[in-house]
Write a protein that binds this ligand. Structure first.
Ligand code: CA
Length: 239
C-alpha cells in the first residue's frame, strides 16, 4: 500500500473527473463481488455461522477521513470494538473514544510512524500491527506469503466466531476486481455455503461492504507491497 494506495486513489479520482460528470456514488462492483446491501448479501449474513464480529464492528463502522487513512480507520473501529482505554476526544469531550483525529496522540503511537507520513503514504502491514500494539492491543501479524489458503480461512473463521478479537486485512484491491491499489479494512463475517468473507470497506465513498471469495482475498493478501518489501497479509487483534 503506502504511496501506491495514494496514487491509485488519485488515479481513480481523476478518472471520475475525466469521464464527464462528478459522481456522488460508489464505483461499480465487479461480478465476482456480492454487495452486502443486496438481497443475496443480506442472506449470506443471515446464514453465516461466523458473524460474531459483525455486530460489534458495525456499531463502530467509520469512513476513512482521507484517502490514505484506511489503516487508521480500521484500527479505530477495532480498538473501539475491543473497548480498550481511549484518549479523550476533542470533538466529543468529555467522552473518551478512539477517533481518526486522536489516534496518533500517544507518543508511542507517533513513534511507529507519524500521522503526516501516513496521510501521504499510508502504512505497511508491520506498521499497522505496531500502531495497534501502541494502544495496548495484542496483535498477531500474518504475512500472505506464510499462510496457505486453508490456514487463512481457518484463522479468520475461528476469529469471526468469537466476540473478543478482530481481524483486519491488508490486500490488493485489483486482485478482488476493484480499483486498484493496496487497501486495509476489517473483516466482519464468513459465509460457509459460498466460502466468502464480508469486508467492511472503510473507504465508504468509493466502495460498499462486499462479500469476497476466500480464494480471491487470499490471493489479494499474498501480493507484494513494494514499500514493505514483503507481502500484504492480515492482523488478528485482541486485548
Ligand atoms: Ca472475533
Amino acid at each position: 500500500m503506502k504511496s501506491k494506495i495514494f496514487w491509485s486513489c488519485l488515479l481513480s479520482t481523476l478518472t471520475l473527473f475525466n469521464t464527464s460528470k462528478i459522481l456522488a456514488q460508489t464505483l461499480p462492483l465487479s461480478p465476482q463481488l456480492i454487495p452486502f446491501s443486496s438481497n443475496e448479501g443480506e442472506q449470506l449474513l443471515v446464514e453465516s455461522n461466523a458473524k460474531q464480529d459483525y455486530f460489534l464492528l458495525s456499531n463502530q463502522f467509520v469512513t476513512q477521513i482521507n484517502q490514505a487513512y484506511c489503516g487508521v480507520a480500521s484500527s479505530v473501529m477495532v480498538l473501539n470494538a475491543l473497548g480498550l482505554p481511549a484518549p479523550e476526544s476533542t470533538q466529543y469531550k468529555p467522552f473518551r473514544v478512539f477517533t481518526q483525529e486522536n489516534f496518533f496522540e500517544r507518543a508511542e503511537t507517533k513513534k511507529v510512524i507519524s500521522p503526516e507520513l501516513v496521510s501521504r503514504r499510508g502504512m505497511t502491514l508491520a506498521q499497522l500491527g505496531d500502531l495497534l500494539s501502541s494502544h495496548g492491543a495484542k496483535v498477531e501479524v500474518y504475512y500472505g506469503s506464510d499462510v496457505n489458503l486453508e490456514r487463512f480461512r481457518s484463522l479468520l473463521v475461528q476469529n469471526l466466531s468469537k466476540r473478543d478479537n478482530f481481524a483486519i486485512v491488508n490486500y490488493l484491491r485489483k486482485t478482488i476486481g476493484q480499483e486498484r491499489g493496496g487497501h486495509i479494512s476489517p473483516i466482519a463475517a464468513y459465509n460457509q455455503r459460498t466460502d466468502r468473507f464480508l469486508i467492511l470497506d472503510v473507504s465508504r465513498y468509493k466502495y460498499p461492504p462486499v462479500w469476497v471469495k476466500t480464494v480471491d482475498l487470499w490471493q489479494a493478501i499474498a501480493t507484494v507491497d513494494t514499500d514493505a518489501g514483503k507481502t500484504r497479509g492480515f492482523v488478528l487483534v485482541t486485548n
